[in-house]
Ligand binder design. Structure first.
Ligand code: ZN
Length: 260
């Protein structure tokens, strides 16, 4: 089965549409989403609709939580964006009442964790599914944290949240997609792995192109592989949309140009 894994869309419709086109061109059996559908970007309504239409399931990210419930531990830029996003969704109450209810209901039902075969799926980390970051740099600066986190999974994990694509292994390594042959990681039967597909709508690894992954789970003896993909899109258009919304800090647009 071929599963496209998308995460951290952050209301960036241009990036999401480009990724969905790329997924459709390659052909998959289904699409799943690891959370942060909304927050930061200019098109929350359309992004929620597309994820609801196209994904088999989706998880709750900290920014989805921040919009639906309350922004916790956000800086003022992220907090302002969360409040604007909520107002934007609530504005639909008058314009499109049925759509408003459908969207709000969908957001309220997002899961915090989901077991998918041998993969535990979360937004943040296996021990703190909504808010904990697993950064590539943690393998050097805080290896104990990575070891502890691996205690929470039996086999493998899919997570988003950091916007850094790649693979953690239980021997303390982190592999960037560029370090992998054909950008593909094969999960060995004798190891544990944590895999992050990167961010569709706000990459932070220095590459502004949208990031996602396709997981191939074989039947029987075939090992699971994950292939990382990057998709160019009209970044400047999203930047312009953000800059036109006074409640969204201009920096939220500017940083998309550098993928930071
Ligand atoms: Zn995010």
């Amino acid at each position: 089965m071929r599963t496209a894994i998308i995460s951290d869309i952050h209301s960036n419709l241009g990036a999401l549409e480009a990724v969905l086109e790329d997924i459709d061109r390659r052909g998959v059996d289904r699409i799943v989403c690891l959370g942060d559908i909304i927050g930061y970007g200019p098109n929350p309504v359309q992004c929620v609709d597309l994820v609801q239409q196209r994904c088999e399931w989706a998880l709750l990210g900290n920014h989805d939580f921040g919009v639906i419930y309350e922004p916790t531990n956000f800086n003022t830029v992220a907090e302002d964006a969360a409040f604007w996003t909520r107002r934007e969704l609530e504005r639909q109450k008058a314009e499109d009442p049925a759509g408003f209810i459908r969207r709000w209901d969908f957001l309220n039902r997002l899961k915090t964790r989901w077991q998918e075969g041998e993969f535990l799926c979360v937004h943040g980390s296996p021990r703190k599914p909504i808010n904990e970051y697993l950064f590539p740099a943690d393998t050097q600066s805080d290896p104990h944290k990575i070891t502890k986190v691996f205690d929470y999974i039996e086999r493998a994990c899919l997570c988003g949240h950091t916007h850094w694509p790649g693979v953690f292994t239980d021997d303390g390594e982190f592999y960037k997609p560029d370090e992998l042959k054909d950008h593909t990681y094969t999960v060995r039967p004798d190891e544990k792995a944590i895999i992050n597909p990167g961010s569709v709508g706000q990459p932070r690894d220095g590459d502004p192109r949208a990031s996602y992954a396709i997981m191939e789970t074989g039947d029987g003896a075939a090992p699971t592989t994950v292939t990382f993909h990057r998709v160019p899109y009209d970044v400047q258009h999203t930047v312009d949309l953000i800059h036109a919304i006074p409640e969204l800090h201009p920096m939220l647009g500017d940083r998309l140009l550098d993928g930071k």
